[in-house]
Design a protein around this ligand. Structure first.
Ligand code: DQA
Length: 143
């Protein structure tokens, strides 16, 4: 069972970036907690972060042969990247959309996600626990 966690633009700055919205924890620490949960449950987990749309698309394509589930926080690309949406719908594995913040309770432009309709489901608003909740679901897919 292999799970891939993809973080998009600006999420490398978690902990420093607008902590009132995104929390004080770094991406590295969040990932360490997810790694422990995955490994305690006998799953392999890989982490990938990029600030570049094409690199995220390449990673999604690469995942299609060796990954059972993808968890993605596409950052601001969530709201306008039809290319990431198409990459998600091109691969057959389940993709879970996550957001630290509640994107429906913020600026108008964040309300719409162009990737939601091609994802298995969306978890938003629970801070770093949005990733944990997504991982708990992913682990239920274990073969
Ligand atoms: C985010 C929400 C997006 O609107 C924003 O652009 C981000 C982070 C979140 O995790 O809450 O970069 O995806």
């Amino acid at each position: 069972m292999k799970i891939l966690v993809i973080n998009g633009p600006n999420l490398n700055l978690l902990g420093e970036r607008e902590p009132g919205i995104y929390g004080n924890n770094s991406l590295e620490n969040i990932n360490a907690g997810l790694k422990k949960l995955a490994e305690d449950n006998g799953a392999q987990i890989e982490f990938y972060q990029s600030n570049h749309e094409g690199a995220i698309i390449d990673k999604l394509h690469d995942s299609r042969t060796d990954t059972d589930c993808v968890i993605i926080n596409a950052g601001a690309y969530t709201h306008y990247s039809y290319a990431i949406r198409d990459a998600i719908s091109a691969i057959k594995i389940p993709v879970i959309e996550v957001h630290l913040s509640n994107i429906h309770a913020r600026e108008k432009f964040r309300e719409n996600s162009v990737i939601s309709a091609v994802c298995k489901g969306t978890i938003a608003g629970f801070g770093e626990y949005s990733y944990t909740l997504a991982l708990q679901y992913a682990l239920t897919l274990k073969k």
